[in-house]
Ligand binder design. Structure first.
Ligand code: CA
Ligand code: ZN
Length: 303
């Protein structure tokens, strides 16, 4: 019988690592609710709260980590995003040094954005929200990685398809996986060009399972009828190359399709996309429609 666990935001980490004490121990198939602070640890609540005065040691918290019994190195942790609830206000921030236009600012700017009836109010614009998870990951293969940096372990991938209904597949590197998540956005565009989305506190309901039928080196996502490989690297060139390569390898392994066939197929039905270009490593993703993968003979239960 699957249980439901609640991990509140006082159980938080600022770096993913094997040495962090678990906030909860759960079984394969359990539901886990993560209550999360925003990426500034909720330090910016009014237009008087300035980025200049921020306690930067409290930036990018993730709630957790959760030890999933039975998850072993080489397995994959499947995290189904069953629901995301967000607070009724969020914050957007930018300024000096942040994002591709950061050199055109000489100070920081923040904007409080109220969220009402499914819309975010940016000045007098009402923008339909699409809540997503910025940071979701497990302990990395070695050492620790701060929650602001993405990588093979997941982390700060800032990928807008990590939303309600998605499955996030993360390679497990250490016993129990040590799953943590946070950094919700009410809305964010690909690239995250000012350095943030609408940063917001909230609550994520997940179901976690241990997968032994697949093997991954980097995160994979199933969302809105698409399968994505996600790779973070120093440059977009490197990230794109690896994301395409990971997709070809995965589909090649689980279908009877040759390498050159797949490269040609993905050139006509696959899409190279950018998740974010503002974190210490940038993140690219390669998207393929799941219906095409199923027609290649890949088993439905892989996804
Ligand atoms: Ca982020
Ligand atoms: Zn964020």
């Amino acid at each position: 019988m699957a249980c439901r666990h609640v991990v509140n935001s006082s159980s938080k980490i600022f770096a993913f690592g094997a040495d962090v004490k678990p906030a909860a121990f759960v079984e394969d198939g359990d539901e886990v609710v993560f209550e999360t602070l925003d990426c500034f640890s909720n330090q910016i609540r009014t237009s008087e709260d300035k980025l200049e005065n921020l306690n930067w040691s409290e930036v990018n918290p993730a709630t957790g980590p959760v030890f999933v019994n039975g998850a072993k190195p080489g397995n994959v942790l499947e995290v189904e995003i069953l629901d995301i609830e967000i607070d009724n206000q969020g914050v957007v921030a930018t300024g000096k040094g942040l994002g591709p236009l950061g050199e055109r600012f000489n100070r920081f700017y923040t904007k409080i954005v109220k969220i009402e009836n499914g819309n975010a109010k940016f000045n007098n614009l009402e923008l339909p929200i699409e809540p997503m998870i910025g940071v979701i990951g497990v302990a990395p293969e070695e050492g620790s990685v701060n929650c602001g940096t993405p990588g093979p372990h997941g982390g700060n991938m800032d990928t807008r398809y990590i939303k309600k209904g998605a499955k996030v597949l993360l390679p497990v590197f250490v016993e129990g996986g040590l799953l943590a998540l946070g950094d919700l956005h009410a809305l964010m565009g690909d690239g995250e060009v000012c350095g943030t989305g609408i940063e917001v506190a909230g609550k994520v309901v997940t179901r976690v399972s241990v997968r032994k039928d697949i093997n991954l080196k980097n995160p994979m996502i199933v969302s809105e009828g698409n399968v994505f490989t996600i790779v973070s690297a120093k440059t977009l060139d490197e990230a794109v190359k690896s994301a395409v390569s990971e997709m070809v390898n995965f589909v090649g392994k689980h279908s009877n399709t040759g390498f050159e066939e797949l490269v040609m197929l993905f050139s006509i039905v696959g899409h190279t996309e950018i998740s974010q270009i503002v974190d210490p490593l940038v993140t690219a993703r390669f998207r393929t429609p799941m219906n095409v993968l199923l027609k290649l003979g890949m088993p439905q239960d892989l996804f």
